[in-house]
Design a protein around this ligand. Structure first.
Ligand code: FAD
Ligand code: PHB
Length: 389
């Protein structure tokens, strides 16, 4: 088998890259080690920046997003028992769209099937090979047979635990990491959201987030200790704890109901440098992780794909490797800004296990400053809605 770009991973990064390249006449094969249903079963991101919406339009998969996505002009911050609004639209002229990662993945999968591009699901032992040499190829096993795909380039879009980054010799890569001493316990329920906009809550008992997927489907998160087990959290226990962290008005408005999904995600900041190794590129969570507090992970994956697809199109169309040569530096400059913002939002809103009264007073002072200074609110809004590509 031969293709122009072999893509490892059928998450949002791999699927979006495949679609953007397909539209430019570049052939791809995607190798995914899970089944399509498994990929669609993962509940993750929900907030989409305008830049990513533009990319989905470019990929021809934004129709349903425009129909069903919820446009949010701002968000709320709650602390010390009161809620304060940050008006993105007034401050930056931009908005964000609430539309689930699951739905984006479904739209991309359907578009890929419609255009006849190949995705091989349940591919075992996928391995990128000779990406630093003249004959890059990817080996995998399917139905007991070993298969090799020759290609011009390999795109490692296989997430944080993927094989692509792990295939790079340790001497060629540098990792930067911060692991936070807490996680997020998330619940999805078929209940109307407690508020029209997201509420980010700094509370003595720990951070909480009220989010949504649609006017009838809510997504809530609670900061929890890393020692927690999801089995110990009955729905009733989750709702009780959430109520303790909500302001009075939200507590009264909260509609509870059975969960349709419940999971714990650890929080981590991580960057691998560089993002190019000869003819292999890393994109999305394969190269970097942000804690979800800034809603940046998926959007960052999209901006990598924007730079990478542009570089590959330039290579095939103009026989120029300039875009490819600049890919890593361009992507990393944006990645580090999102890392900084996500780290800042995380430290501002979470209860650190070792925090003292002094630390908590400082958090409140910073939050107070954020909601009372237009300049501070602007800095937050500008990062949240997304810096330009
Ligand atoms: P992934 O989605 O991880 O996809 C990688 C794919 O590669 C997977 O399908 C995997 O099965 C496959 N794969 C792995 N290993 C191999 C292998 N060896 N061979 C073949 N295939 C392989 N981001 C936001 O922007 N906004 C948010 O609001 C937000 N909220 C989040 C909330 C939570 C609880 C979590 C956990 C994340 C959140 N994120 C958010 C982050 C976002 O979900 C990720 O950044 C995004 O999924 C990255 O996409 P990806 O395609 O790079 O990686
Ligand atoms: C979500 O809806 O899943 C979500 C929203 C905002 C975040 C993180 C997750 O910051």
């Amino acid at each position: 088998m031969r293709t122009q770009v072999a893509i490892i991973g059928a998450g949002p990064s791999g699927l979006l890259l495949g679609q953007l390249l397909h539209r430019q006449g570049i052939e791809t094969v995607i190798l995914e080690n899970r089944s399509a249903d498994y990929v669609l079963g993962r509940i993750r991101a929900g907030v989409i920046e305008q830049g990513m919406v533009g990319l989905l339009e470019q990929a021809g998969v934004a129709e349903r997003l425009h129909k069903e996505g919820l446009v949010h002009d701002g968000t709320e911050l709650a602390f010390a028992g009161a809620r304060h609004r940050i008006d993105f639209k007034k401050l930056t002229g931009k908005t964000v769209t609430v539309y689930g990662q699951t739905e984006i993945t479904r739209d991309l999968m359907e578009a890929r099937t419609a255009c006849g591009a190949q995705t091989i699901y349940e591919a075992e032992d996928v391995m990128p090979l000779d990406f630093d040499g003249a004959k890059p190829h990817v080996r995998y096993r399917k139905d007991g047979k070993d298969i090799e795909i020759e290609c011009d380039f390999i795109a490692g879009c296989d997430g944080f635990h993927g094989v692509s980054r792990q295939s790079v010799p340790a001497t060629s890569i540098e990792n930067f990491e911060r692991v936070y001493p807490f996680g997020w316990l998330g619940i999805l329920s078929e209940t109307p959201p407690v508020s029209e906009e997201l509420i980010y809550i700094n509370h003595e008992r720990g951070f909480a987030l009220c989010s949504m997927r649609s006017p009838t489907r809510s997504r809530y998160y609670l900061q929890c200790s890393l020692a927690e087990h999801v089995e110990d959290w009955t729905d009733a226990r989750f709702w009780d704890e959430l109520k303790l962290r909500l302001d009075d008005q939200a507590r009264e408005r909260l509609v509870t109901g059975p969960s349709i999904e419940k999971s714990i995600a650890p929080l981590r900041s991580f960057v691998a440098e560089p993002m190019r190794f000869g003819r292999m590129f890393l994109a999305g969570d394969a190269a970097h992780i942000v804690p979800p507090t800034g809603a940046k992970g998926l959007n960052l994956a999209a901006s990598d794909v924007h730079y990478l697809s542009g570089a590959l199109v330039e290579f095939y169309r103009e026989k120029s490797s300039a875009g490819i040569d600049h890919y890593s530096a361009r992507a990393l400059s944006r990645v580090w800004k999102a890392e900084r913002f996500s780290w800042w939002m995380t430290t501002l809103l979470h209860r650190m296990p070792e925090s003292s009264g002094f630390d908590r007073r400082l958090q409140h002072a910073e939050l107070d400053y954020l909601v009372s200074s237009p300049a501070a609110a602007m800095a937050m809004a500008e990062n949240y809605v997304g810096l330009p590509y």
